[in-house]
Design a protein around this ligand. Structure first.
Ligand code: CP
Ligand code: NVA
Length: 296
């Protein structure tokens, strides 16, 4: 049984297959008569709505369930919730605080599990990010340079692995106290990536084809907010930072954006910004992934 907890749960060929399905104009109806659970322990604008519409487009029923209603390890064990949902649904997708919750759902070996964001990874976002890059630069993004300015978080991790799998160059600009772990770097290297790590946004962005950022304080990290905002205060993507990139460079952000923190509005709303096609691509790639997964 296949699952998607991190983007390298797919082989490179499978990743390309999912992306090709996502870009296809014709819709398949592979979820006809099937149900997909969409469980959320955290809020969402893009993930919930894109997945609900993707399931609908594939002919299935997507059911939104608040994590609090299920009560992981409060009302009953995570494993018992997994076994229960598997009796009704063909796929269980979940946005969770702890990545281990997803691993425990997988351990019940009952139904495919899809990560809709955890503290560790956001593979469904990485799919949309890569599709957005392909729409800009063509299906082969090998040799393109993505500069990620900001927190090496769940979004950075999945994007870095995906980019490595497809041969793109990666650069990270983050403060000295917020470096990726050796485990992160090993996993990206295993996927084929070789990230360059800098403490200067201008240096990381120099000549890049795409500049990416995400919030400095992720959901669940609110207790560290003041310290992180202080640490990242020199890492805002402004027009000055974008000016160091290639003249045809695009700006990307998974959203939600905190304008004036990780990105200036002049960039988010500027001519290089691809944030709205990128957000729309969440639906196309959710459709591509679910269509691929149900076939396995
Ligand atoms: N990018 C993303 O996952 O957005 P939401 O948190 O709104 O789902
Ligand atoms: N890193 C962010 C992404 C939100 C889509 C978070 O985890 O809150």
């Amino acid at each position: 049984m296949r699952h998607l907890l991190e983007i390298d749960d797919l082989s490179t060929d499978e990743l390309k297959d999912v992306l090709a399905r996502s870009a296809a104009a014709s819709l398949d109806r592979s979820l006809t008569g099937k149900g997909v659970a969409l469980v959320f322990e955290k809020p969402s604008a893009r993930t919930r709505n894109s997945c609900e519409m993707a399931v609908y487009q594939l002919g299935g029923l997507g059911v939104y369930i608040q994590g609090m209603e299920l009560g992981f390890d409060v009302r009953e064990t995570t494993e018992d919730i997994g076994r229960t949902l598997a009796g009704y649904y063909d796929i269980v997708c979940a946005r969770v605080f702890k990545h281990s919750t997803l691993e425990r759902l997988v351990s019940t070996d009952s139904v495919p599990i899809v990560n809709l964001l955890s503290d560790a990874a956001h593979p469904m976002q990485a799919l949309a990010d890569i599709l957005t890059l392909q729409q800009e630069f063509g299906a082969d993004i090998s040799g393109k340079t993505i500069a990620y300015v900001g927190d090496p978080n769940n979004v950075w991790r999945s994007l870095s692995i995906a980019a490595g799998m497809l041969g793109a160059n990666l650069r990270l600009a983050a403060p000295a106290g917020h470096k990726p772990s050796d485990e992160d770097l090993a996993r990206i290297a295993a996927a084929g990536g070789d990230p360059i790590i800098s403490h200067s946004p201008q240096e990381a962005v120099d000549g890049a084809d795409a500049v990416y950022t995400d919030v400095w304080v992720s959901m669940g990290e609110e207790g560290d907010a003041e310290a992180k905002k202080e640490a990242f205060s020199r890492f805002t993507v402004t027009n000055d930072v974008m000016a160091a990139a290639d003249s045809g460079a695009i700006f990307m952000h998974c959203l939600p954006a905190h304008r004036g923190e990780e990105v200036a509005s002049e960039v988010a709303d500027g001519p290089a910004s691809r944030i709205w096609p990128q957000a729309e691509n969440r639906m196309h790639t959710a459709r591509g992934l679910l269509s691929w997964l149900i076939e396995q």
